[in-house]
Structures are given as structure tokens and as C-alpha cells.
Design a protein around this ligand. Sequence first.
Ligand SMILES: [Mn+2]
Length: 338
Amino acid sequence: MNKTEKLLKKHIKKAKNILLLTHKGPDIDAFSSMLLMYKAIKETYPSKQIIMKARQYPSSKLPLMKEITVLQKEDNIKPEGEDLIIITDSSLWRLCQEPGDTIKESDAPVFFIDHHRINVDEEERENQFFINEGRSSATEQVYVTLKRIFGNKFKVDEDVSALVQYGIISDTGRFLFDLTTPETFRIFAEVMEVYRADVEEFEYRSAKFPREATDVVIEYLKTLTIKGDMAYMYISQDIINQKGFEKQAVNEAFVFLKDKYLRFIQGVHWGFIVKPMFNDENEWSVSFRSTKGYQDVGIIAKELNGGGHEYASAIKIKANNVEEILEMVLSAIKKVTS
Ligand SMILES: [Mn+2]
């Protein structure tokens, strides 16, 4: 147990009112790590008040998800007498707060339990702490930290086991990504001895998209442009309005093409895809994907004030139309690659 974990242990013991949060647009690892933390504290200290807050439920069924307090659109996360805040799967306030949220101003100590390899701005707020050993997933980190803090009191039952398996499977792309370590496999094996989650079924369900996304996919594919070993796709606001596409259908089509199509075309190894943010601010989102040994897309995003790493990065930019976006992105690419 390191110093920060000891401190977390002390704070959990002392706290009466604990708030658990995770990042915006939470993925399976975000939810699994938060639920795991909830479960362990609740079981060790049944009388403590522990609240998990999020703005949506997980996209697939997860143990204990019904315990999450899902906020209404107009609700904000604000200080409410909590004496400990634990945030999983992020180390940055801005990734966890919507405009209007004031929870950062709470006097309670904040522990970020994360796995992303990023530099954190320690100045942002007083009384905040970071637990991050660069593991495969936040879920793996929370599991290891809970074992250190609670020892034998932390019981691995069916729910814990399933949460660990779902968290690790989804954040490692089924153990394919670089961040998978021998320790990841050991932890997975350890929980699997207790209960074997049907990860195949889980993955299948998570990968489902609404049929409305198909019409959006078709429009995206009409714009497919291949230049050398790079490909890109976009959708204009005009097409979205004309066809009456819903936000969810566009988002699902975007995710599908970004992760399962873009760099799998023969001869293509990297590229980007553009979509509007659906707010009123003419904001667009551009995601880049690449393959090991080819273009580092992290530096392209950085050039455009975005973030990410070699193989996956993203930016948000404001522009009046999609043509402007393409021009900005293509000239940044030209600058970086020439
Ligand atoms: Mn994660």
C-alpha cells in the first residue's frame, strides 16, 4: 500500500458521506471501476452513505447499476455535504464536469483513481490525490487498490468478478492493446476462478447499434476519401438536416466507422472522421485512428490543440461548416507530415 492508498483508507474509514464520480460519457471501464469501488465500501461499511452520480446508465447491463443516481439534464453536480470524493477512470476535472457543475468547489478531499498516461495539473485544487500505476484499466487499478486497502475484507463475489472482467475486457480490446500486462491476465484469472462472466455475449451486446445508424453510415461512406495510406470521412450539417438524422444515430455510425472501418481498408493505415457535436456552438469533433508503425496521430491532434496518443487522438473545433474543418485538419496534417 503506498502513501496515497493509506490516506484513502483513512478517509474512507472516517467519511460518513462519500460521493463517487467518473468521467463524462462514461464507458464500461468508467462504470465498472466506480461500481467496484461502491460495492467494496458499501460492504465494508454498510452504514455509510455512498452516492454514485452519472448522467446516464451504462450501455450494457452491469451489476449494481441500479444503485447509480442518474441526473436529469437540468441537474448539476454540486457540493452536498460529502466528506470524501472518489473519481475513477479520469484525473482531470474538466473531463468529469459539465458546465454548471460546481462539485470541484467542495471542501472534501478528492481521490482520482486512474490508468491514463497523462500529466495532471496538481495545482488545480487543494486536497486532491492521484492513484495511477498505468494499468490496463481503471477497473484493474481499483481492484488492486481495494485489495491493498481492505485485505481479506474485500470479498470477490460474482458481482465483483463480473465487473473486473467487463472493465478489463472493454478497455484492453480483449487483451489486444499494449496496456495489457501479465498482471492484467493474472487478475483476470483470479476473478474468473470465482465466476466466469459471459464476455462474448457482453461484447456482442455492447457492439450493437441502432438500425437508424445504417443510413448515416451510407452518407459517411459517400464522402470516403483515400489519400496515400490515409482515409477520411465526414458528414455535413446540411445532410443531417435534410435526412433528419438523430444525434444518437450519427454518433453510433461515427463510432462504428472510426473503430471498425477507417483503417481496415486495404492500403489504408490511418485516418480521421468528422462529426458535429450537436450543440448550438458550431462545434465539431474529429477523431484520428492509426496503426502501429504508421502515422503518429497524437502529434496531429496536438497541432490542433487536441489530445490523445500515437494510435488514437481527437480534437474539438469550432467552424461554420464541414469544409472549414477539412481545410484545417488537412493543412495540419500537411504541416506535421512534411
Ligand atoms: Mn478506462
